[in-house]
Write a new protein. Sequence first.
Length: 301
Amino acid sequence: MPEPLQADSEFARVLRAAIQARGLGLERIRDRLRVQGISVSLATLSYWQSGRSRPERRDSLAAVQLLETVLDLPAGTLMDSLGPPRRRGRWLSTVPDPPEVAAFWPRPDAVEDAVSEVDIRWDERLTRISQHDRVYVGPDGGERSYHSRQVLRAEADGPDRWVVIMHVDEHDRVLPEIRPLRHCRLGRTVLRPADGLLVAELLFDRPLRKGETVITEHELVNSAPYPPATNYERKFRLPVREFVLEICFDPDRLPVGCERYSRLDEADELAVQVEPQASVHGVALNFGPGRYGFRWNWPAK
């Protein structure tokens, strides 16, 4: 079972020393990698040198090899310092190479930058057993609120929080208020209105021990004028055993067309037409990594 990465890991020490010796800032390193066709965010580079995370995906390892050239290191210096891949517990047995935390978001760099201000070290040590999202849409077609209930299981001693990432569509930058409801309280919150991003820690009542489960509930509440709602989707970088998504419309204003869609990792999107009703729902079992959601059209005014 993997332990939390420490700031004095060999890879982090070698990388920090090489960056210092070369005298390059992270932005210049990122730009040089980009010129060579490799895209790595500033947040990821910062994680690597601090020991907060380590490169493991195929594209990340390609970036490490190119970093050796950028930092004038002998070939294999950084790769050898990584050592063998971390062993993964059974909660990741179906995803040996999980996507980065911002993989399914429209602006990964902005998401990674915001997430860098919170603690996500326990993310891969929490099994998503059940998730139930309920979205409420008002008579004006605006999203009023969103309620989420989830059941998580700890696969190691220590998990004490869950991180929520919320992105508001480009046409609206008013961020919702996040409210903890059950078995959690608000920790660090990052608000980026210019990017339409809200990132927040939901702290459990206490740290979990291996095998323990926790049920948490929270909601996101918008204020008037309510943001126009034409879709909702949940992104999963790690699998969830059961995901239930409900969209609740006002009975006096129903959409004229509605479809449920899903996309597993890099597979083609699957869309299914759904009869517009006051409440529509979808259920996905053993889903992820990927995206799952609903989208709909309103009657012309």
